[in-house]
Design a protein around this ligand. Structure first.
Ligand code: 3SL
Length: 239
């Protein structure tokens, strides 16, 4: 298993796909997706485009669907929910299909949706993702950060480092580093592993969320290994 880290979808090679893509948007899309599925959502359908989300969700009755939209950190008008994982309680989401569009995370999912295996990784399900990769043994793995509008995000890189470090530390043959970004991500994780929340509060998107009053979200997103769930793509865009 060869592990490649990419900081943004734009930095991946345009015509290639890995055997398994782990899409990462710690703040907050993949944390929200993992939380919603763990809380009993029937499935999550991800869209980069809000109009397409509205259109596709029309086919579902309002009792059976939830529309979630985020742009610039804020909830999109006309949607039921924004992108705070704290809103995705079992009472709210159980049995419902979540139609979601976010600024960067759902775009990153779309970039790799044709890969044979696609999953959503984050700090809270790090251990579950590592276990899944060790079970599936894909030859190539991309740990793909969503970034922010094409730019680098510390929180996604530290999560990629947490996953890569855990894979490398397993007593199993054949886990290899694929690029320099993976080495740098592991180094970042080593430096911050005991203080992920502080790192999130320093990161530019963490600061944006703090300005929006979302410190509790940051605290939730920093709880490493707190959920045992692997959101697995069943068909392009559907987890
Ligand atoms: O960019 C995204 O996809 C979102 O996760 C951003 S936010 O955390 O909801 O602001």
């Amino acid at each position: 298993m060869k592990i490649f880290v990419y900081h943004t979808p734009e930095l991946t090679s345009p015509d290639g796909f890995p055997d398994c893509a782990v899409v990462i948007d710690v703040l907050r899309a993949t944390t929200t997706i993992a939380t919603a599925l763990n809380a009993g959502a029937e499935a999550v359908q991800a869209f980069s485009d809000l109009d397409r989300l509205m259109q596709a969700s029309e086919a579902w009755s309002p009792e059976k669907r939830l529309r979630a939209g985020e742009r610039g950190g804020a909830k999109v008008e006309g949607c039921d929910l924004g992108n705070s994982p704290l809103d995705y309680t079992p009472e709210r989401v159980r049995g419902k299909r979540l139609f979601i569009s976010t600024t960067n995370g759902t775009r990153a999912l779309q970039r790799v949706e044709q890969s044979p295996l696609v999953t959503a990784g984050t700090i809270i399900n790090r251990h579950a993702i590592v276990r899944y990769l060790l079970e599936k043994q894909p030859e190539t793995v991309w740990l793909l950060g969503s970034g922010w509008e094409g730019g680098y995000s510390l929180e996604d890189t530290v999560c990629a480092g947490a996953i890569a470090q855990s894979l490398m530390s397993q007593e199993c043959e054949g886990v290899e580093i694929g690029n320099d970004e993976a080495i740098a991500a592991i180094a970042l994780y080593h430096q911050w592993k005991d203080n992920l929340l502080e790192l999130f509060r320093l990161a530019s998107h963490g600061q944006r969320l703090l300005r929006l009053g979302c410190d509790e979200d940051l605290q939730y997103c920093a709880q490493i290994d707190s959920l045992d769930i692997v959101p697995i793509q069943k068909e392009p865009g559907l987890l």
